[in-house]
Write a protein that binds this ligand. Structure first.
Ligand SMILES: Nc1ncnc2c1ncn2[C@@H]1O[C@H](COP(=O)(O)OP(=O)(O)OP(=O)(O)O)[C@@H](O)[C@H]1O
Length: 238
């Protein structure tokens, strides 16, 4: 369901967030259309992870508005935000090392209709099917990342927040992750992706939100980003 006023399924407006006395977000504004894949790009410490954690209500000290499906989530708690249909895959991946792939997959609760069954998840992620009896500790970084993404699809959420899924992975594995994200996009999922790997970001996303010091400094389509890489690299400090 899109917001009548904005035509967007998700929008943050003037989002500010604090860790104790220290302000990390200074008024973030951006939105996503239904089925869109948008990245948050910026250098280390710019506030990308804090944005995802604020959306999920994990960073609780936050103000502004976070509208999803026409509802403001700013005063909601994390479990309510998850139930509203937003799923978060943290950078740490949080795979349970003493559980098998199948057990890890079956852990998240089904929160909404439309969640993908374990059987269908294994069909969608063939490398997890091959490793379904393996313990979490035995998985490669790429397998762990696939599992972390697959696992949240069980919940039925149609809006995914993914924090740097490409981090620390070999290019061939990053490519596989990209293919999975494009598949999810084709299935109509809306995805907000934190990403430092520009090549990867360009290969999957429709638009890019450039973040600096807890603020949005630019929003660019992938074509605009391609055409002005110097500007983007200056934000990233590379
Ligand atoms: N738990 C925390 N306590 C206090 N300050 C924090 C905490 N987590 C992050 N910060 C600060 O908030 C700011 C934004 O950090 P954040 O992790 O959101 O940036 P980022 O863009 O995701 O960078 P990175 O890619 O390094 O994770 C930084 O100044 C960081 O030092």
């Amino acid at each position: 369901m899109t917001d009548h006023a904005t035509g967007k399924v998700f929008a943050v407006d003037d989002l500010k967030a604090w860790y104790g006395e220290s302000q990390a977000l200074h008024g973030m504004n951006f939105d996503l259309g239904e089925g869109e894949l948008v990245t948050l790009i910026g250098r280390n410490g710019a506030g990308k992870t804090t944005t995802l954690r604020s959306i999920m209500g994990i960073v609780k000290n936050r103000t502004g508005s976070i509208r999803f499906n026409g509802e403001d989530l700013i005063n909601k708690r994390t479990f309510q935000i998850a139930r509203a249909g937003i799923a978060y895959c943290p950078e740490e991946r949080d795979i349970f090392s003493a559980l098998t792939v199948s057990e890890n997959l079956s852990l998240p609760p089904v929160l909404r209709p439309g969640g993908i069954s374990d059987k269908d998840l294994l069909a969608q992620f063939p490398n997890l099917e091959r490793r379904k009896g393996s313990m979490g500790t035995k998985l490669s970084g790429g397998e762990q990342q696939m599992l972390a993404i697959a696992r949240i699809l069980r919940t039925g959420s149609r809006f995914l927040l993914l924090d740097e899924p490409s981090e620390g992975l070999a290019p061939v594995v990053v490519k596989e992750i990209g293919q999975q994200l494009l598949k999810l996009k084709a299935l109509g999922y809306t995805i907000l992706l934190v990403e430092q790997n520009l090549r990867f970001a360009k290969s999957v996303a429709d638009r890019h939100v450039l973040v600096e010091n807890g603020r949005v400094v630019d929003v660019m389509t992938t074509d605009a980003l391609e055409a002005d890489m110097a500007r983007v690299k200056s934000y990233l400090g590379v």
